[in-house]
Design a protein around this ligand. Sequence first.
Ligand SMILES: NC(=O)c1ccc[n+]([C@@H]2O[C@H](COP(=O)([O-])OP(=O)(O)OC[C@H]3O[C@@H](n4cnc5c(N)ncnc54)[C@H](OP(=O)(O)O)[C@@H]3O)[C@@H](O)[C@H]2O)c1
Length: 268
Amino acid sequence: MDLGISGRVAIVTGASAGIGYAVAEQLLVEGTSVVVVARDRDRLEASAASLRERTGGEVFAQPMDVSSPTAATEIMEGVMGRFGRLDILVNNAGRAHAGGLLDATEEDWEEMAALKLTSMRRMCRAAIPVLAKQRWGRIVNMSSIGGIYPNPKLLVSHVLSAAINNLTKGLALEVAPLGILVNAIGIGAVATDNWAANMIPSVRRRRPELKDAPDEEVLAVVGRESTPIGRPGLPEEIAAIAVFLASARNGFVTGDTIEASGGADRFM
Ligand SMILES: NC(=O)c1ccc[n+]([C@@H]2O[C@H](COP(=O)([O-])OP(=O)(O)OC[C@H]3O[C@@H](n4cnc5c(N)ncnc54)[C@H](OP(=O)(O)O)[C@@H]3O)[C@@H](O)[C@H]2O)c1
């Protein structure tokens, strides 16, 4: 199916690994030029090179911490300087914070809010005037299934995910008359580095029988137990939804949070 986005320009934040990398790859396959953003410059350059090699597409690497107050304007300046246009924004950068209220410090809340919510709001604020001028734009925000079904094992992440879902819905209504569609994806357990770094240590602490199991086995057990389809998701399965939502084929879905969790309403 031709998604009708060849020649368009996209920003994908958090695109050096995991779900963001898969989104960038699928956009490139569709003929969209992609600006990839992440903090670690070396890993980002390596990912951009591998994306070019795998797709033959046009990739521009922009190293940036999206939590920084000036990141959104700097990223937009980079995109406009390089391509002179923007059509698609995928707000994907982020990570999980394991634990409940008693496990989170003031700093955890502030850091996670800046990373997940404030950065997303600022990116939308910076991109929308450009999208509005051409009366066509697509925004996809990566959220979590926990924004719909909160879970005390990931409370900070899930409070912020609920806020992302509301930002998505409210903003979609605000910009619908401007030709801009805004959606979120409520992601369930997907096998990425984020799991290894931020969730698997917490599973091991609570599950002594998994204390010495390799990461893949821990994730397989969690996927089997908490996901009706019996396994964790793959980054490319989330990317396929994101790219459809970001495409010209999507003309009528806006303000939605698509549940992509293998039927699960919990993580672990
Ligand atoms: N995997 C899951 O099960 C799951 C579930 C629900 C929601 N999600 C959400 O889906 C998104 C992608 O997750 P993932 O699992 O693919 O993560 P991942 O594999 O750990 O990749 C995260 C990406 O974001 C970048 N990043 C992190 N902090 C950043 C910052 N401050 N500024 C710019 N880039 C930053 C990372 O690169 P650098 O470290 O170099 O910056 C990397 O490119 C996240 O928002 C996550 O919360 C994931």
